[in-house]
Every structure is written in C-alpha cells, then in structure tokens.
Design a protein around this ligand. Structure first.
Ligand SMILES: [Ca+2]
Ligand SMILES: [Ca+2]
Ligand SMILES: [Ca+2]
Length: 298
C-alpha cells in the first residue's frame, strides 16, 4: 500500500485503502468545495427560462421570472418547444420563492407581469399558464404568508395548443380597479378580452373580436400599448387588428368595449411597441424594417 506524503495527510490517510484515482478525485473535490464561495442570503436570478425576461417590482416582490425549462408541452408558438415549469420571485429581503406546476401544465410565456390588481399595495403576478389538454388560461399568483400561491385563473380555452397573449394591465373602464387585457387565440382570429380580479376570481368585463397581438413563432409579445388616446382621463389600448396591417384604439370606458379609431400601416407590425417620452405616442417597428410613430397628435 502506498504512503501518501502530504501536509493534508490527515485527510488523505483516511482514504489510504482507496485506489489512487479515487483519492485524486476526492482531493480535487475537496479543493473545489474550499474554493466555492459560501451561499449568501441575497440570491440572484437562477434557473431562468432561455430568452425570457426578468420583471422588476418596487414592493415586497423585487424580481419575478420564469424558470425550470421543460419540454412536456411542445406547442412552440413562442419560438421553441421549451416552456417553464416554475415561477420564481425574489423578495425585497433577498429570499427566493417559487411556485412549481405539476406535470399537467406549463407557463407558456416569456415574462411575468407585476401589478397591484386588488389595491392592497402589493403586486400580484400575471402569467399565461397552459394545460397540456385544454390550452391556455391567464393565471394570477400572489404572495401569501411568504409563499407564492395561485389566486385566480380564467377558464382554459378548452383545446390543446390554443394560446392567449396578454395585451396590457390598467384601469381601462375608469372604475378605479385594474383590468387585464388579453387576446385569446391571436393566431387564428383573436378576441380581445378584459378581466378584473374581484373577490378572488377573475371576472370578464368585456370582449371584442378581430385582433392579433402575436406572430406565431416570434418571441416578441409586446404588440400593444396603453395610453389615453382620446384624453378623457381613462386608459385606452392600442393593438393590431387581425392580419397586423392596421392598429385599433380600443376603449372600455363606461364598461362598453368599442373601437375609437383604426390606423392602417404600410407593413405588418413586428413590435415591440414602446411609448415615446411623454407617453403621447407609440413607436411601432414594422416587419419591413421601418419604424413609425403613432399618436393622437401625429
Ligand atoms: Ca395586490
Ligand atoms: Ca377598471
Ligand atoms: Ca381614454
């Protein structure tokens, strides 16, 4: 048996009966452990879904993101067939919490949206959840007793591989409570819907057919913008009509969904749409490489 001459001999001598190769592996492993910095209370973004975006908040939830990439759905409308199995949030105190789905659904989305939907001063988390059998729904999660919990969900669309894309979150009818706007099935003739969180449920507030805020296969989901187009003090929604060769301005003011105006475009909307400084106009990148600026005063 070989004698190991080392100043760390107390460790290696413990393994003298073990073959040389295993000894070396254990020694390298020990060095790696010693070189690894200790875990800190402040954890960063971990396990991020490829090509997804981290949302940032200013309340108890500092950051939120989608993670745990999974291949169990295979729909692929967001550019690949990898979706998220877990939603994570990093709290203001640095602690990371997660909400993991079971094998029957995925988060089919590229970002989490943070907004205070019930007016309690803390953000809820809004995300697209898709059932492997029944297609998508809009899900709202919240921080309850220090844990991320599912609060409410719209009904599933009802058919596998049918998706929806959120379009905006604002008080679109002027009642003082936020609504979530989304387009149901934006690839096959989409319906704009407004949903409000009330009494722990998502309640439908209005809908209108004829919109498309996503091109199948694209990673760009922001094909809409929220601004007060008609200056009545209530937020309006600008989004593409079916075919994405025109934009419509939609209002829910007074509780009735209606189109204020439509605007033809020289090419298909590519996105992402962004508000210009001052919030009175919107930058609209088009598929032909042009970018147009659109607003009530332009
Ligand atoms: Ca809230
Ligand atoms: Ca409202
Ligand atoms: Ca308005």
């Amino acid at each position: 048996m070989k004698y190991v001459d080392t100043k760390k001999g107390t460790i290696l001598l413990m393994f003298r009966p073990i073959p040389d190769f295993v000894q070396k592996c254990l020694f390298v492993g020990l060095i790696l452990i010693l070189l690894t910095p200790p875990a800190t209370a402040e954890q960063g973004v971990q396990d991020l879904l490829p090509d997804s975006t981290v949302a940032r908040g200013t309340g108890l939830i500092a950051e939120a993101w989608l993670g745990q990439p999974v291949g169990r759905y295979g729909h692929g409308v967001l550019g690949d067939r990898t979706e998220a199995g877990t939603l994570y949030a990093r709290l203001a105190n640095g602690r990371v919490v997660g909400h993991r789905l079971d094998s029957r659904s995925v988060f089919e989305d590229l970002t989490v949206r943070l907004a205070d939907l019930n007016g309690n001063g803390q953000d809820e988390l809004v995300v697209v959840q898709s059932s492997l059998e029944q297609g998508s729904a809009l899900a709202v999660l919240g921080l309850r007793a220090g844990r991320l919990q599912a609060i409410a969900r719209t009904p599933w669309i009802g058919t596998r591989n049918r998706w929806l894309n959120p379009a905006g979150i604002a008080d679109y009818d002027g009642d003082g409570v936020m609504e979530i706007a989304l387009v149901r099935t934006p690839h096959i003739g989409g319906t704009l819907q407004f949903w409000q969180l009330a009494g722990g449920e998502l309640i439908a507030r209005g809908e209108l057919y004829g919109f498309s805020n996503h091109r199948i296969g694209s990673r760009i989901q922001d094909l809409s913008a929220t601004l007060d187009w008609d200056g009545d003090g209530i937020a309006d929604l600008l989004l593409p009509e079916v075919g994405r060769r025109s934009l419509a301005v939609v209002t829910l003011s007074g509780g009735t969904t209606r189109v204020l105006t439509t605007l033809p475009l020289p090419a298909e909307v590519k996105g992402p749409l962004t508000l210009n400084a001052g919030g009175r106009s919107v930058r609209v990148p088009l598929e032909n490489g042009e970018t147009v600026s659109i607003g009530p005063d332009t």
